[in-house]
Write a protein that binds this ligand. Sequence first.
Ligand SMILES: Cc1cc2nc3c(=O)[nH]c(=O)nc-3n(C[C@H](O)[C@H](O)[C@H](O)COP(=O)(O)O)c2cc1C
Length: 501
Amino acid sequence: MSKKIILGISGSLRNARRGLGGHDLVQDLKNIGSREELDNYLTQEAQTHLKNFEEAGRTDELPFDEMYRNLKKAKGNKGLSNSEVALAAALWSVKEIGVDIDYLSLSEFYTESGTKDLTVLKEKIKNADGILISTPVYFGDRGSLVQTLINEIKRDDELHASIKNKIFAGIAVGAKRNGGQETALIYQLMDMMNLGMLGVGNDSETTSQYGGTGLAGDIGTMPKDTYGLNTAMGTGRRIARTVKMISMGEGKKLVNNPRVLFWILQDSNDKALKFVNNLPADFISEIDPEIINVSNKYIMRCIACDVCPTHIDLDEEYRCIIKSKKDDLEDIHKNLLDYDAIIPVVYSNKNATDFHSNYQRFLERTRYLRRGDYVFSDTVVAPLILEEIGTNDNMHIRVTTSMIRHHTVMYAPITIHTLNDVALNPQGLSENLKDLKNTIRDVSRGRLVSYSEEVNHLKYNPVGYVLSAVKDREDEKLSAREKMIENRIDRVKKIRSERIR
Ligand SMILES: Cc1cc2nc3c(=O)[nH]c(=O)nc-3n(C[C@H](O)[C@H](O)[C@H](O)COP(=O)(O)O)c2cc1C
């Protein structure tokens, strides 16, 4: 099996590295052996970047535009901007997982004077198995260089085809604590998924969110944000492990149909249910579908307890504190495990008559499954959104951002617009579902092979929940967690022996 490659793309307008400077960065990162060494390297490079600015005219108080022109004349072989520092940290973590790394700066190709020859950019993107974009936050969004790349991919069929079903993850660095790191990450994630990539966030060690979030404004300050660097590194590990996991299934065969679980979470007059029951036959006949109509169940509200899950136990155990007979989740729990894919289905309309939504309640109640060591880890999740045109409910984004926190592999939302109950864009649905089915097969094959060997990195880290953390340590004394992980491995091994050839 050839070594897989993650390409780190810098979307910074004041990035330090270009051309051979990017190559040198990759070599430097490959030679760094420890976190301490990495921290020293990043601090030194960030300081060098500050010096770059001083030499380009800051010391002489030159106007910024003049200084900027001087910087662009530099060789591009030393220093790192803030979002480049975060990217370098992530790439170092990628290589620590045993996946190869490459680097690309967008400003080298999209210059003030126009677009340069894109041969190298396209080659690097085509050669990569996963793409990690680090962007500065500009107006709560990804910067214009990233936007330019997105437009380029949309325009160029070959480039577009070359990223299909590859893995994407993002990092965003902003000057303020709530400067829009998360919005930038979400927009970038939605864009790249809509272009055909599979989205992942940061890893469970850094609490599985939307990617890396850095807090740094002034030049040279990113290395001080240890928390941000950790999330960037967690993003590097997550994308590397996902690529590696999928590659472990290459050459193997999934002998039966993928098991796909539909959650109908929001509906009106059974429109979503009917839609799912009438999905194209060529899709349904090649999966083993199971439907849970959550919209007509009784789902009690989460009580926001601080002991979630109630205890560490086997995945099969329902471990939410709510035990009311009225509540249907305990019953639903029995049918949540070991699917290859989950398709959350929601219907939205403008006049919410006969409208049943358990969407938010249900998602909140799945917290024990997330904190129970990420039961849905690496399951493919493909949101199916039915929306009366003009409703603008943002369900495609909400389902994606909630479900990615379950440490899943996200497939782009499939959105069907309706008017007077007629689907306006049914064209392409069959093709889309065929691609989804193939994706589920590829990811599941890799998951079943790799999970039967290594799942310890999925341990939930209850950051911000001190009570849980104390309880966690006690439970760990009882080896409950080890038992749970062992049981999970045994279960996956059994499934693997039945389903993988
Ligand atoms: C046009 C512009 C808009 C910006 N908007 C934001 C913003 O919305 N939120 C924020 O936190 N920082 C914002 N910043 C600050 C940058 O994100 C921050 O300085 C970052 O460290 C730059 O990364 P770089 O050094 O890799 O280019 C903005 C900067 C510029 C130039």
